[in-house]
Write a protein that binds this ligand. Structure first.
Ligand SMILES: [Zn+2]
Length: 415
């Protein structure tokens, strides 16, 4: 049974209780067997039976649950670096989209990319995420917007689920925008989603969730209600991209439909916040997108104080958040969203796991949970998020196996 010793601060990140309580244990130890955590506590209380087990000395570092990135658009063709300068000169997201850039350019690059090249590119992203301590990733389709290419993206996720150690949670986002060829036939596209894609994806178990972008230029709340109700009837969970660029009623709809999460919410109304709290919908904040778009940040302080659980994720995508650096997102959440470091960490562990319905097996360091663990080169949480190094993660255990470990760790039986 592998043991971790000499942990200066360990964050349990319990599934119950307030977001402000990460259940810290100082001078801690942790034991796992197979893929499951079996013991966590102060090292002075480590039972004798574990003293001669193979141990790793964490060198007085911080240990946290493997991070959960609960909102990414992980698989896409091409990049959009050519839009960067235009954006800096003042062109808006919507203006760039209207001139043929934006989402539509990624849609054509994704449609034209081979399955093999998409698998390769997505695998490289996952390798980079793992090095940062990320062990579970939600990943959306939505750059295909036709039957063939939407299924291709979801098949990429299926293949990588079998080949990569990171746990993938696929989400169908066929309702990202209405594709060009349906610009004058929205109804027909919605029909394609409801009568063809959603039933096919549900039958082939290619996604756990169905997501939709509710916004001017994307889908109206009434259309979203139809599409999401169809998804529910086919057994898919519900997520909504809500109130990102304006208050479009997405938060209210998420509460009404009992969505597992509502994402973005930069322009959420007080009424929307109240509805999310009442319905227990997780709010997913995406501070890298706010940074990159130079837009508002989600009002996390107000939401947490109103009883909403707030997750923090990257929104990794080529257009509005071209980084999967979740630890940087946590620092930004502290600096720009009024979150405390503990709340930010909880938002990328147990609360993020809740946003993908995995909070009873992932995102906490408790006996019975998966042994998904990150060792961070900092004496405590505050130091980690304050210092925001390029990468402070020096060790990752995924499903009970060391998936990444820098040299310099002392190991041996009982140490
Ligand atoms: Zn997104």
């Amino acid at each position: 049974m592998p043991v971790l010793l000499n942990i200066s601060q360990l964050a349990i990140c319990p599934v119950e209780g307030p977001q402000s309580d990460a259940g810290f244990v100082n001078n801690a130890a942790l034991v796992w067997q197979g893929e499951e955590i079996t013991w966590v506590g102060a090292s002075s209380e480590l039972p004798d039976q574990f003293h001669s087990e193979p141990a790793t000395d964490c060198g007085g570092r911080l240990v946290i649950p493997g991070l959960v990135d609960c909102h990414t658009h992980l698989c896409f063709g091409g990049w959009r670096g050519d839009e960067f300068d235009r954006r800096l000169r003042g062109a808006s997201y919507q203006e760039i989209a209207q001139s043929g850039g934006g989402i539509m350019s990624t849609v054509s690059a994704t449609r034209n990319a081979s399955f093999v090249s998409l698998v390769q590119k997505t695998r490289e992203h996952l390798d980079g995420m793992l090095q940062l301590g990320i062990t579970t990733v939600e990943c959306k389709s939505g750059y295909g917007l036709d039957v063939k290419a939407e299924l291709k993206q979801l098949e990429v996720y299926r293949q990588l689920s079998e080949q990569h150690c990171i746990t993938l949670v696929p989400t169908f986002l066929g309702a990202h925008v209405v594709p060009k060829e349906f610009q004058n036939a929205r109804e027909a596209y919605i029909q394609l989603l409801r009568e063809n894609l959603i039933p096919t994806i549900a039958r082939r178990k290619l996604a756990h969730f169905c997501d939709i972008f509710v916004e001017d230029g994307a889908f109206k709340p009434a259309e979203a209600r139809q599409i999401l109700n169809t998804a529910k009837q086919h057994g898919l969970g519900i997520k909504i991209h809500a109130d990102q660029l304006s208050n479009g009623g997405g938060a209210l709809l998420a509460a009404e439909l009992q969505a597992v999460s509502a994402e973005h919410l930069e322009y959420v109304s007080a009424e929307g916040i109240h509805a999310l709290a009442q319905a227990g919908v997780v709010a997913v904040s995406l501070p890298l997108a706010s940074l990159f778009l130079r837009e508002k940040y989600l009002p996390a302080r107000q939401m947490i104080d109103s009883g909403v659980r707030v997750a923090v994720a990257t929104d990794f995508n080529p257009g509005s958040a071209p980084s999967y650096h979740l630890p940087l997102a946590l620092t930004l959440a502290c600096l720009n969203q009024g979150m405390h470091p503990t709340e930010a960490l909880m938002g990328a562990t147990t609360i993020a796991a809740r946003a993908v319905n995995m909070h009873h097996i992932a995102g906490s360091l408790r006996p019975g949970y998966k042994a998904d663990i990150a060792v961070i080169d900092a004496p405590n949480l505050n130091h980690w998020l304050y210092h925001f190094k390029d990468n402070s993660c020096v060790g990752v255990v995924k499903n009970g196996q060391w998936a990444h470990r820098q040299s310099g760790f002392a190991t041996g039986p009982g140490l």
